[in-house]
Design a protein around this ligand. Structure first.
Ligand code: AMP
Length: 125
């Protein structure tokens, strides 16, 4: 049964394979509960993805199913990788399901910065 427009967790998704070491990544940080690495197609001078090590398909899945330690661990890792951007600011994005255009069905947080990032959401038309 799809949850929030997403199918159940697929253990062969690309981020699961990165976690298993089957596919390389440009690692920024690894902690007990999270892995951070550079986005393969950066949309800003800094574009880092932070993912939980557990198998969560989406922001909603992670927020409702992960333990308090996993949730804290993920967000502390986000804060850690974003530290160099604090002086100028940055944007955090979590795409969630179909309308957001979420491509990879393993929950991830985008940290973007290093230039003025413009409007938050593209206008229609
Ligand atoms: P989303 O649309 O929120 O699911 O974002 C998925 C992101 O993962 C995109 O920004 C992709 O560029 C990025 N991505 C896909 N494959 C890889 C990979 N092998 N290593 C790093 N980033 C990736």
């Amino acid at each position: 049964m799809p949850v929030n427009g997403l199918p159940p967790y697929d253990t062969t998704n690309i981020f699961a394979r990165i976690l298993k070491g089957e596919i390389p990544c440009r690692k920024v940080l690894e902690t007990e509960h999270a892995l951070a690495f550079h986005d393969i197609a950066p949309q800003a001078p800094t574009h880092i993805l932070i993912i939980p090590k557990g198998s969560y398909v989406s922001a909603s899945d992670f927020s409702t199913q992960a333990s308090a330690e996993e949730v804290a661990g993920l967000w502390r890792a986000v804060a850690e990788v974003a530290k160099p951007l604090e002086a100028t600011g940055y944007r955090i994005i979590c795409n969630m399901g179909m309308d957001s255009g979420q491509e990879v069905p393993h929950f991830h947080v985008h940290v973007l910065g290093g230039r003025p990032l413009g409007v938050m959401v593209a206008k229609q038309g």
